[in-house]
Design a protein around this ligand. Structure first.
Ligand code: AHR
Length: 649
């Protein structure tokens, strides 16, 4: 009997060699090649002050009390009148650099004094700089009174010592961009930037900017290199952006409109961030798409479904009456905006929007495949009407785009039910499920997708996390991820949320990656995600791993996939219990497989977690390992083990 099963398995392998498509006989099962990705939202200062490498806070004097109580145009700035100089500082709006960027500072110098007068910026909790590295400074200035004016720009430490400086002279009564590069002579976690005017007269100042030259992939207007690399190290198959609730916004006027976020940064529209701060849009759609390309991830933009967040105007998740729709008269233009996004991403350089992408430096298309419409919106008649209007046009004009619908903020309940009913009726290809639950929920619900109707919409698990950053949380998520792989024919995409959190500016816990201006630590959850994303496969094999005692136990979870490209067979073993467990691993059905494997283990005590003080308490440990065609393996308590068996060359 055993021999017969083996023979059958060999036939399956022969019919379905690793580089061709197997039939859906149940084993192996073709699963999504895009399963594990990331979800970036500008929450917790993830963008400005975070991933976006701009070091000047409130660079364009656009902060306001609407962004955050007590903020104004000079938040982050200090008026400098050292050395007996005097004059005046004000904010004006009469002749801005661009109407999208209305506020600017006006500095009137009446007496220069010994050092000049001007402005000091303290960055986002200070400006971190490194000795020997180059920094690009730029500013827009209009000389509104007096002849040309010498300007000194310098980075200073807390003692006022100069770390790097540049000087230039204004030459124009109209707005002109001045730029300088300087090398810093000292490591400093918390420098300040000082701009001093050194002659009598009046200047208008806007877009004061300082970037490290060392950005991710050395992009201009780029991303903080270490943080971007930490995300890229996840090797995500896709990146969803820009949110989250940020997408549908705090009222119709606060929706994230992609066109406001492209083009020269001084012409982009900054706005209030729904999470209680400010978004400059310096990290905009071009930068998001470019980051995806740089990481080898598919871009997955989410656009508002024509309605604002149901919690608009209230405290998060309290209320539910704030959803407002874009007026019907404006919907045709709004739908065109989404069509323009697709043209901008994929259209030829000869198209209107493709030409704008090319002008920004990317003539080749970005190969957009997915567009999300809506984010966990309340499923109301207003939502359904607008979603359908958008969806019908996108589907008709762009059948190549996979539209992702939305089914509320929870794994069940009214919006979930109504959302699924609506998506099924409209044949939406994918729907976005969200849930944040206790770790026990993830362990107990591993069969959730086993019973999903395969003829209906497929699932994008767009936001999920268990409530915590301990090893136990990470293992509960890992156990659940084995079930996502097992159901990779129905769950096409999955992304943990949120991705980033800046220490001291965190609106949402837990998160995957924590950072401050100079340090980053990855949570246990990060490593669980990484072990899955770096070990994805296109074929799922069931019954490869079985407990030696033959007893089903939800604290033990396994999966086995084969990576089409390398031919490697990847076994994932999750033990969320406090006991060791012996497992049988049967690889007899695989062809072209060697005995060499790489084993990666994430383990520790259930409550262990990483922190700034102990960033490596929970870390995967990688060792070489040998396997036979049929072997026993003992999983350690509280562990995630990946055994990647190498294909024969
Ligand atoms: O991930 C944090 C928030 O949780 C998202 O903005 C929202 O979509 C969800 O409710």
């Amino acid at each position: 009997m055993k021999k017969q099963i083996f023979a059958l398995a060999l036939i399956v392998e022969t019919i379905c060699p690793i580089h061709s498509q197997p039939k859906q006989t149940g084993n192996p099962k073709v699963i999504s090649p895009d399963l594990v990705g990331v979800f970036f939202e500008d929450i917790n200062y993830a963008a400005d002050g975070g991933l976006y490498a701009e070091l000047i806070q409130n660079r364009s004097f656009e902060y306001s009390p609407t962004d955050h109580g007590g903020w104004n145009s000079f938040t982050g700035w200090e008026y400098m009148t050292q050395g007996y100089g005097y004059g005046a500082l004000s904010v004006e709006t009469a002749s801005p650099v661009h109407p999208n960027n209305p506020h600017y500072a006006v500095l009137k110098v009446e007496e220069v004094g010994q050092e000049g007068i001007g402005l000091k910026n303290s960055g986002f909790d200070g400006i971190p700089v490194k000795a020997g590295e180059k920094y690009d400074f730029s500013v827009f200035i209009a000389q509104t009174d007096g002849s040309s004016m010498p300007i000194q720009v310098k980075l200073v430490n807390k003692k006022g010592e100069t770390l790097g400086e540049a000087t230039f002279t204004t030459t124009s009564k109209d707005w002109r961009k001045y730029a300088a590069t300087f090398t810093v002579n000292q490591n400093q976690d918390s420098a300040n930037l000082v701009l001093l005017a050194k002659a009598k007269g009046k200047i208008a100042i806007d877009m004061v900017s300082l970037f490290p030259q060392n950005t991710f992939k050395n992009r201009t207007n780029g991303l903080r290199a270490d943080l971007a690399q930490t995300i890229a190290d996840l090797k995500p198959k896709f990146m969803r952006f820009p949110g989250g609730c940020l997408v549908h916004g705090d009222g119709v006027g606060n929706m994230y409109r992609w066109k406001n976020t492209i083009g020269p940064v001084e012409q982009r529209v900054a706005q209030k961030n729904i999470w209680g701060y400010h978004q400059t849009a310096g990290l905009g759609y071009f930068e998001y798409f470019q980051f995806c390309e740089d990481m080898g991830a598919k871009p997955l933009p989410v656009v508002p479904a024509g309605v604002s967040c149901q919690n608009s105007g209230g405290t998060w998740r309290i209320g539910g009456t704030g959803q407002k729709g874009i007026p019907q008269a404006e919907m045709p233009d709004y739908i065109q905006e989404i069509l323009d996004l697709i043209e901008w991403a994929n259209g030829p350089v000869t198209s209107t929007w493709g030409a704008k992408r090319a002008a920004a430096g990317h003539p080749k298309p970005f190969h957009l495949e997915y567009v999300g419409i809506g984010n966990e919106d309340k499923i109301t008649p207003e939502f359904k009407e607008r979603f359908k209007m958008i969806y019908d046009v996108v589907k008709a004009k762009h059948p190549e785009i996979t539209v992702i619908g939305t089914v509320g903020p929870a794994p069940e309940g009214e919006d979930f039910e109504l959302g699924w009913k609506f998506a099924s009726k409209e044949n939406v290809p994918l729907v976005d499920e969200h849930y944040y639950m206790k770790p026990e929920w993830f362990i107990a619900n591993q069969k959730r997708y086993d019973t999903y109707d395969r003829s209906k919409s497929k699932v994008y698990l767009g936001e999920y996390a268990s409530w915590g950053n301990t090893l136990y949380n990470a293992l509960a998520e890992a156990a659940y991820m084995t079930s996502l792989e097992h159901n990779g024919d129905v769950v096409h995409l999955a992304s943990y949320a949120p991705l980033l959190a800046k220490a001291g500016h965190t609106q949402w816990n837990p998160d995957m990656i924590y950072f401050n201006n100079t340090a980053i630590y990855c949570t246990a959850n990060y490593y669980a995600q990484q072990l899955f994303s770096c070990n994805q496969g296109e074929y799922y094999y069931k019954n490869i791993v079985t407990p030696a005692n033959n007893k089903a136990d939800s604290t033990l979870a396994f999966s086995c996939v084969r990576d089409n490209k390398s031919g490697d067979v990847i076994i994932k073993l999750v033990n969320c219990s406090q006991s060791v467990h012996e497992l049988n691993i049967d690889l007899k059905q695989f062809n072209k497989l060697g005995s060499k494997a790489i084993r990666t283990v994430l383990t520790g005590s259930a409550d262990d977690k990483n922190s700034f003080e102990h960033p490596t308490k929970i870390m995967p440990v990688v060792t070489d390992f040998n396997v036979s065609r049929n072997f026993k393996y003992t999983t350690q308590p509280m562990s995630l083990t990946i055994i990647r068996v190498k294909a024969k060359k």
